[in-house]
Design a protein around this ligand. Structure first.
Ligand SMILES: Cc1cc2nc3c(=O)[nH]c(=O)nc-3n(C[C@H](O)[C@H](O)[C@H](O)COP(=O)(O)OP(=O)(O)OC[C@H]3O[C@@H](n4cnc5c(N)ncnc54)[C@H](O)[C@@H]3O)c2cc1C
Length: 369
């Protein structure tokens, strides 16, 4: 089977790229290779979106909110925005919809798992479990390997149907009023409706925990908030690298998380992936096949510094998050999170960094080159 373009992985990046190419009415022969069905993808992908842009995703939005909160035992900062919404996209709805849109198009989906990619003359040969595919250009979005020993954000979340209505009126982005012995730990909660609540325990550390550990933390947090549940509706778990992802494989382009689209300091990727594949589709229309740089060098440098200051000074981590949130308006916070940061926003964020460790870390990083 010969194609112009092969996209490996029909997740966020792979299918969003395919859809952009389809909507561009490309004449190229394209294949997407993915082992799993979209309806089996259990994930809530959340991000901030400007209210004017919501309609693009309207059929896969599971929830959207004007308010979000960051708190610990003694303080709670609530942001309310009239321009940005915190939006939750249901992964399986989003991906199923794109696959439906691609039906009867010149973009083929092969339900198979890629095993190996090799170069053959000017083309790439993609060996799958049951097929062999040849393509001129390959975009690989298989999840990157996450090495032990690197800082990772790991989480487990459950959507509950509660016995009674809760009184949580904003998204809980980070509630640090939980066990902090296993790394920087917070509870994240999405109030989908009066009685439907998604609660996730997230840890930033090098070592992962057993599922039971996160589950106990979720239950303890709910007990402290007097929340009881009738049943568990669904669950999701994940691990996201907070370190740099770099794949060097000659001639094979990486996109999505594998292509460095995850923001190192926050783990958010949705917005970056959409920008990356949007620009890439434009490039392809003009016969340029390189993946655009999603994260500029300054953001990467600052995120690395931020993470290192956190690892080396865990005692200040919670205050750092709270103070940074407090120093920004809701709109500035949203723009910071989706990588639309101005000099003014950066200066406010930097002003919250503890001076001595921050300057020491910058000097170390510059010295290391
Ligand atoms: C549970 C979870 C929740 C997340 N929540 C958020 C969030 O709220 N906000 C946010 O911004 N980011 C979030 N992220 C991070 C990031 O946005 C997502 O990981 C996003 O899906 C990354 O898109 P991607 O296309 O790079 O990878 P994926 O969407 O993971 O797609 C990769 C695809 O490759 C396929 N694949 C794997 N192996 C093979 C193979 N051998 N051959 C072919 N295909 C293969 C997979 O089945 C998958 O479909 C979350 C991540 C996880 C894991």
């Amino acid at each position: 089977m010969n194609f112009d373009i092969a996209i490996i992985g029909a997740g966020n990046a792979g299918l969003s790229l395919a859809r952009n190419l389809f909507r561009d009415q490309t004449k190229k022969k394209i294949v997407v290779i993915e082992p799993e069905l979209p309806e089996n993808k259990a994930a809530n992908w959340c991000t901030w979106m400007h209210k004017d842009n919501l309609s693009i995703f309207k059929n896969s939005i599971k929830g959207s909110w004007d308010d979000w909160a960051v708190s610990n035992k003694t303080q709670k900062i609530i942001h309310t925005s009239s321009s940005y919404k915190y939006v939750c996209i249901n992964a399986s709805m989003y991906l199923s919809q794109i696959e439906n849109e691609l039906n009867n198009s010149n973009i083929h989906i092969i339900r198979d798992a890629v095993v190996e990619i090799s170069k053959k003359n000017n083309r790439k040969e993609i060996i799958c479990k049951n097929n062999i595919v040849s393509a001129s250009h390959v975009y690989d979005s298989r999840p990157p390997k996450l090495n032990a020993g690197l800082l990772r954000q790991h989480f487990y979340g459950i959507e509950f149907e509660l016995t009674e209505a809760h009184h949580i009126d904003s998204v809980i982005l980070m509630d640090f009023d939980v066990d902090q012995y296993n790394g920087l730990h917070f509870i994240y909660a999405l109030p989908f409706s009066e009685r439907k609540l998604f609660v996730e325990s997230t840890v930033i550390s090098k070592e992962l925990n057993q599922v039971e550990w996160y589950e106990d933390q979720i239950k303890l947090w709910m007990k402290n908030k007097n929340l009881d549940y009738l049943k568990k509706i669904s669950s999701e778990k994940g691990v996201i690298s907070q370190g740099k992802i770099e794949y060097k494989n000659e001639g094979i382009h990486c996109i999505g998380a594998r292509g460095g689209a995850v923001r190192m300091s926050s783990g958010y990727a949705f917005h970056n992936i959409q920008s990356q594949v949007g620009e890439l589709a434009n490039n392809i229309r003009n016969e340029c096949y390189d993946v655009p740089v999603t994260m500029n060098k300054f953001v990467t440098f600052m995120d690395e510094i931020f993470n290192k200051v956190l690892i080396n000074n865990p005692q200040i981590a919670v205050d750092l998050f709270l103070n940074t949130t407090k120093s920004l308006s809701a709109d500035e916070f949203a723009r910071f999170m989706i990588n639309r940061t101005s000099f003014n926003i950066w200066s406010k964020v930097i002003a919250q960094m503890p001076k001595k460790p921050f300057i020491e870390q910058i000097l170390k990083s510059i010295k290391r080159g």
